[in-house]
Design a protein around this ligand. Structure first.
Ligand SMILES: Nc1ncnc2c1ncn2[C@@H]1O[C@H](COP(=O)(O)OP(=O)(O)O)[C@@H](O)[C@H]1O
Ligand SMILES: [Mg+2]
Length: 449
């Protein structure tokens, strides 16, 4: 009896979360855009505070750094009526949202507030385990390898760039080349149990279009969308990305197969750049301060498989990369920390070839370990034939290509229409993994030698 009582007291105490650190107030001494400087009081890194406005309303802010006795805070929302000497107080975290299947189908913001019209989210009962906790980063020895394919429902990817459960892939493209449509197709067609979609730094109308048109009610059913559009404070944009990873890891640890789609990693880096510059870090690469690169690595490293769970957490990040710009430090860094990349090509999109995947420039580093030797051989053969065709495709309309001199080239020209129809896929068409393998085998199997 006593034991039960003490357990109940313990869990109730835990549930009370962090009480305000001290009951004293700090004072606002400087406002510089979204960045505030406060003195006095006790400030704790990454904690939430509130700053009083002249109208008596309290505005949310978060500590982002210190300098001696000065604390730097960033506002979470635009604030009016701030004044020199305004009071700054610590606030306790609000009651936690319950994380379970009731969150599926919901659209939330970076602070886990619903932004759809489906009502309030369910709060976690006292002492519940159904709450998000700060994830300890995965110990390298507790990481589980990638050994099984994940069906993403897109033929070119399933067939030629097979994604493994637990893999982290980049989707590199400029704007308007079809990233969002491709992510929506994967959300609707994947065999994953849960899809977490993070829309970070998109314009507001893009968020609405993605949810209402590209995903639709069907696509949303097993998904949770976390949206933080471009006009949100950089803190919220960064939080949205981190929240999506926490949620995905939570479901993974419930032994589910999770697919995390984040659009975009570049906008997350830009949000971190704004935060870093606001605390006085020096820019080192194209305006990015050094902390951005470690934040990127931390974020990406928090996805993947864990030995503690039978589930998996696969992540696909879009990265803005215009044309052949190899100088972009974020794209460069992303290439180094991800286990593969899919490159979308504007010239293909301009021809109406969707998804506009450049099969010569894309690679899935885990594919050789997770598909059959046969599929791998078919994949290499198809890529080879496609690239051979590209060598002569401009000669064909001029009549300058003559068949009969090179059997492989002739085969490439002969098979091209079928290869192209394999690579193209309508937005509404689902291409599951087995059917893709059969198609690949029908297309290439007889010409394999
Ligand atoms: N699979 C597709 N089928 C047909 N049209 C597409 C497809 N993917 C993209 N598009 C066209 O390209 C436009 C931009 O696509 P979108 O996914 O919004 O690009 P991004 O997210 O890269 O900016 C779409 O509005 C649509 O007209
Ligand atoms: Mg988009």
């Amino acid at each position: 009896m006593n034991n039960t009582l003490s357990q109940a007291v313990l869990s109730a105490t835990k549930y009370l979360a962090t009480p305000p650190l001290v009951q004293s107030y700090g004072r606002l001494v400087r406002v510089n855009g979204m960045t505030l400087t406060a003195v006095g009081g006790q400030f704790l890194m990454a904690k939430k505070y509130q700053v009083e406005g002249i109208d008596g309303a309290w505005n949310d802010a978060q500590v982002i750094g210190f300098d001696d006795s000065k604390a730097f805070l960033m506002l979470l929302n635009k604030a009016d009526g701030l004044y020199a000497g305004a009071r700054v107080r610590a606030v306790a975290e609000s009651q936690m949202v319950k994380v379970d299947s009731s969150l599926l189908g919901r659209v939330i913001d970076a602070q886990m507030q619903p932004i759809d019209d489906l009502g309030a989210l369910v709060k976690a009962p006292l002492g519940s385990d159904c709450i998000l906790k700060k994830q300890a980063s995965l110990n390298p020895l507790q990481r589980k390898g990638v050994s099984e394919p994940l069906d993403v429902g897109v033929r070119t990817i399933n067939g030629l760039f097979t994604v493994g459960k637990g893999q982290r892939l980049g989707l590199f493209a400029g704007s308007g080349v079809g990233k969002s449509k491709l992510l929506a197709m994967m959300t609707r067609f994947t065999s994953a149990d849960v899809v977490i979609v993070a829309l970070v730094g998109e314009r507001g109308w893009e968020v609405k279009e993605f949810i209402e048109q590209s995903l639709g009610p069907e696509g949303l059913k097993k998904a949770i969308v976390i949206a933080s559009p471009a006009d949100d404070s950089p803190l919220l944009r960064a939080k949205a990305a981190e929240l999506s990873h926490q949620l995905a890891a939570f479901y993974r640890d419930q032994n589910l197969n999770v697919l995390l789609l984040m659009d975009s990693l570049t906008r997350y880096a830009q949000a971190q750049r704004e935060i870093g510059l606001a605390v006085g870090e020096l820019p080192v690469a194209k305006g990015y301060p050094p902390s951005v690169f470690s934040k990127l690595t931390q974020l990406v490293e928090s996805s993947g498989n864990s030995e503690r769970s039978h589930g998996s957490m696969t992540a696909i990040y879009t990265v803005l990369a215009e044309g052949d710009d190899q100088q972009d430090p974020i794209a460069d860094n992303a290439r180094a920390i991800l286990d593969g990349h899919i490159v979308l090509d504007r010239s293909l999109a301009e021809k109406g070839h969707y998804p506009a995947i450049n099969i010569g420039a894309s690679i899935s580093r885990v594919m050789p370990n997770i598909v059959s030797a046969e599929q791998l051989a078919f994949c290499y053969k198809l890529k080879k034939l496609y690239s051979r065709y590209l060598q002569v495709h401009e000669l064909i309309p001029l009549g300058a290509y003559q068949a009969g001199k090179d059997t492989e080239l002739d085969l490439a020209v002969q098979l091209y229409p079928e290869i192209e129809s394999f690579l193209c896929q309508a937005l509404s068409e689902k291409a599951d993994f087995e059917v893709t393998q059969q198609k690949l085998s029908q297309l290439i199997g007889k010409h394999r030698a």
